[in-house]
Design a protein around this ligand. Structure first.
Ligand code: CO
Length: 210
C-alpha cells in the first residue's frame, strides 16, 4: 500500500467510528459550525491544534502558517480573522507558538533560505526589539525559546492593532486574545500573555472613528 493510501483507509475507519459512537455526528456538523475559538498556530506537523487541546470538529477555527505570525498585509490571515470575528463571532483568539520552532531558529541565523526569508524577516524585527534580553541568555536553546515567547506576544499586539479586533472590542467586548507556547518535549501549553477585550493599546495604533 502506498503511503498516502493509508490516509484514505484511516479516513474511512474514522468516519465509521464517528457514526458508530454518534449517529448524528455528520448531520449535525454539516448544518453549521459555531466555534468559540480561533487558533493561529505554526504549520509544524507536531502541533495539531485539535489533538493537543482535546477539541472536536466544529470547536475551533484554525489558521496555521510558519511561526504563527499575524502580518498586517497577509490577506489570508486577515480574511480568516475577519470571518472568525465578524461571522462566527468567536470569543477567544489564541496565538500558539511552540518551543523548538524551526521558523524562529532560522530567523536567528544569517543564512539565506530563499523566499522564506521574506517571511522570517518579521521575526528578525522582533529579535531586534528584544536583542539585549535574548542575547543575555546562556544557551542557544534558551534564546530560541525566549524569542518564541516574545514572538507570540508580538503577534497578540499585532492582532490588537487590527481594525477587526478593535471594532469587535468596542461593539461586543470580545474576543479575548491569548498568547500560548506549546512544549514539544512534554505536550504542555504554557500561557505567556493575554489581552482581554478592551485592553489598553498604544494610542498610535488605536482607531478613533470605528
Ligand atoms: Co514552528
Amino acid at each position: 500500500m502506498k503511503a498516502y493510501e493509508k490516509l484514505l483507509t484511516e479516513n474511512k475507519a474514522w468516519a465509521n467510528e464517528q457514526v458508530r459512537t454518534d449517529p448524528e455526528f455528520f448531520t449535525r456538523l454539516s448544518d453549521l459550525q459555531t466555534p468559540d475559538f480561533l487558533w493561529i498556530g505554526c504549520s509544524d506537523s507536531r502541533v495539531p491544534a485539535d489533538k493537543i487541546t482535546g477539541t472536536q470538529p466544529g470547536e475551533i477555527f484554525v489558521h496555521r502558517n510558519i511561526a504563527n505570525l499575524v502580518v498586517n498585509t497577509d490577506i489570508n490571515l486577515l480574511s480568516v480573522l475577519q470571518y472568525a470575528v465578524e461571522v462566527l463571532k468567536v470569543k477567544h483568539v489564541i496565538v500558539c507558538g511552540h518551543y523548538g520552532c524551526g521558523g524562529i531558529r532560522a530567523a536567528m541565523t544569517q543564512h539565506h533560505f530563499g523566499i522564506i526569508n521574506h517571511w522570517l524577516k518579521n521575526i528578525k524585527d522582533i529579535y531586534r526589539l528584544h536583542r539585549e534580553e535574548v542575547d543575555d541568555l546562556p544557551s542557544e536553546e534558551e534564546r530560541v525559546n525566549r524569542l518564541t515567547e516574545l514572538n507570540v506576544q508580538e503577534q497578540i499586539f499585532n492582532l490588537a492593532k487590527t481594525s477587526i479586533i478593535q471594532k469587535a472590542w468596542k461593539e461586543e467586548k470580545r474576543p479575548h486574545l491569548h498568547g500560548w507556547v506549546y512544549g514539544l518535549n512534554d505536550g504542555i501549553i504554557k500561557p505567556v500573555c493575554e489581552m482581554n477585550a478592551g485592553s489598553h493599546i498604544d494610542p498610535l495604533y488605536e482607531y478613533d472613528n470605528l
